[in-house]
Design a protein around this ligand. Structure first.
Ligand code: NAD
Length: 497
């Protein structure tokens, strides 16, 4: 039994103090930090202490109108529309450098507002500055084509930006979701109105300050924190928005797609997952167990890529279950700012209640918990990593995304059974395979219906490699050259000769 000590994180608060002091955080519209038109604000709660961390201006439809109009003007303004690709690259490189210079503050803000351990938010932030650098490289390398048509006509293509991009992001990895949209959107010459999630808007607002500091012209990036029903709905319905770039739940994603069809907006959706981690009997069980434990409980399970269905071949099922349980037992929940903490609290009271609801459901459904009960602090939204065995395919804890540190353990017999069970889900974001046999790894990578497959490793992400979902996990891809396609459109020009 372990007990959590709540670290007041004084050192961490110190570094974020400048940003957090001085009254409610404001909206960024047309280069100015302004209060919401309504004057309303909302509170951001620190999930470790349950105390109010900051107040933030609450955008609604009136603010969205102003932000979208500003972005629309900026899109046509020569200070953005007519600059060279190299000038756009310089902005992105400057943003990347500023992120690196302010990495401790960015990581601290994200850990304070959504509870992820600072070790990981720091790593995530440094990966994100490199995403800006990757797309800085693309600005000067986007070409159209020349068609070898007959002599009567000269036909070529132009690659052009889309216009105003509405970017709507969740709270579980705000700096990542924001960067994956901002970097390619700006590289391609679009302008952006971003709505951070109401649970965790702070790190993204700080990023917006850095974008301003980098000299990006007014109106090119606008930030409008608010609720989905208010700011979000206004944004997805706005006629001047050309594209919706969304990361969030599958339910909201479906709604966005419907709404977008009315004004024929382009749509990119990064949605939920229920990803399989598949362990064959020839796998390196120690390595697989360590990564499988982190794979469902890292970031307190609030990862779209979480390997929350762990499939194990018959022959090693008991041995692997023992190793996995031991690895999970060594993962201590605690303050995001304690070196010893493997995972922080869940990001919000709502998420804490939701995950607890699934734990109660697991008992009702007759699943057997194989991880020990732990005493946790009564302050903060902490839940210990939990694994259930003896599950059946129809159980809701097997089928639904829980978005907390909860996994199910499932047996399989052979490769065909592993493929069938691995693919037995409405989702298809990622899959992980552990095996020593190269041929089997390659066959599995082909057979699994997922946008990313990891073999004998987990959670690698590279700015150059596309990321996205099969089935209900989304449409389109982020990162890689695919994002350049996603944030541009092609025009075919015929010139009579
Ligand atoms: P959510 O769908 O409730 O909210 C996501 C964002 O959408 C928030 O900013 C929210 O305010 C906004 N929103 C909600 N309703 C809206 C509406 N009607 N119109 C416009 N905007 C609206 O999701 P969440 O609970 O914040 O995030 C968790 C989900 O995100 C999980 O399902 C997770 O799997 C998914 N996710 C996916 C990826 C990925 O890349 N595939 C990455 C991270 C998270």
């Amino acid at each position: 039994m372990s007990h959590i000590e709540i670290d007041p994180a004084l050192a961490a608060l110190d570094i974020a103090k400048g940003f957090l002091s001085g009254g409610p955080k404001r909206l960024l519209i047309d280069g100015d930090w302004v209060a919401a038109r309504s004057g309303e604000t909302f509170e951001v709660i620190n999930p470790t202490t349950e105390e109010v961390l900051a107040e933030v201006a609450l955008a609604d439809a009136a603010d969205i109108d102003l932000a979208v109009e500003a972005a629309h003007r900026a899109f046509h303004d020569p200070h953005w529309a007519n600059i060279t690709p190299a000038a756009r690259a310089r902005y992105l490189l400057k943003i990347a450098d500023l992120m690196d210079e302010n990495i401790e503050e960015l990581a601290t803000l994200q850990s304070l507002e959504m509870g992820a351990v600072v070790r990981e938010t720091r790593l995530m932030t440094s990966m994100m500055s490199d995403v800006f650098r990757y797309y800085a490289g693309w600005t000067t390398k986007m070409f159209g084509h020349t068609n070898p048509s007959d002599g009567s006509v000269f036909n070529y293509t132009l690659r052009e930006p889309l216009g105003v991009v509405a970017a709507i992001i969740p709270w579980n990895g705000p700096i990542l979701a924001a960067t994956w949209k901002l970097a390619p959107a700006l590289a391609c010459g679009n302008t952006v109105v971003m709505k951070p999630a109401e649970v965790a808007p702070l790190v993204v607002l700080r990023l917006a300050e850095l974008i301003q500091e980098a000299g990006v012209p007014a109106g090119v990036v606008n930030m409008v924190p608010g609720y989905g029903k208010g700011a979000g709905e206004a944004l997805i319905n706005h006629p001047l928005v050309a594209k919706l770039a969304f990361t969030g739940s599958t339910e909201t994603g479906k709604h966005l797609m419907e709404v977008a069809s009315r004004t024929m907006k382009k749509v990119g959706l990064e949605l939920g997952g229920k990803s399989p981690t598949i362990v064959f009997d020839d796998a390196d069980l120690d390595k697989a167990a360590a990564l499988a434990a982190y794979g469902f409980a890292g970031n307190t399970g609030q990862m779209c890529v979480a390997g929350s269905r762990i499939l194990v071949q018959d022959g090693v099922y008991d041995a692997f279950a023992a190793k996995l349980t031991a690895a999970v037992g060594a993962m201590a929940p605690g303050s995001p700012f304690h070196e010893a903490s493997a995972l922080g609290p869940l990001a919000s009271k709502a998420q804490y209640d939701r995950v607890n609801g699934y734990l109660a459901l697991a008992e009702q459904e007759g699943a057997r918990r194989i991880t020990p009960d732990r005493t946790l602090s009564d302050k903060g939204y902490f839940i210990a990593p939990t694994i259930y065995a003896d599950v059946t395919p129809d159980m809701r804890i097997v089928r639904e995304e829980i978005f907390g540190p909860v996994a199910v353990l499932i047996r399989f017999t052979d490769e065909a059974d592993a493929v069938a069970k691995g693919n037995d889900t409405e989702f298809g974001l990622t899959a992980t395979v552990w095996t020593a046999e190269a041929g089997r790894a390659t066959r599995m990578a082909r057979a699994l219906k997922a946008g990313t497959v990891w073999v004998n490793t987990m959670f690698n992400l590279d700015a150059a490699s596309p990321f996205g979902g099969y089935k209900s996990s989304g449409t389109g891809r982020e990162l890689g050259p695919e994002s350049i396609d996603a944030y541009t459109q092609i025009k075919s020009v015929y010139v009579g000769l």
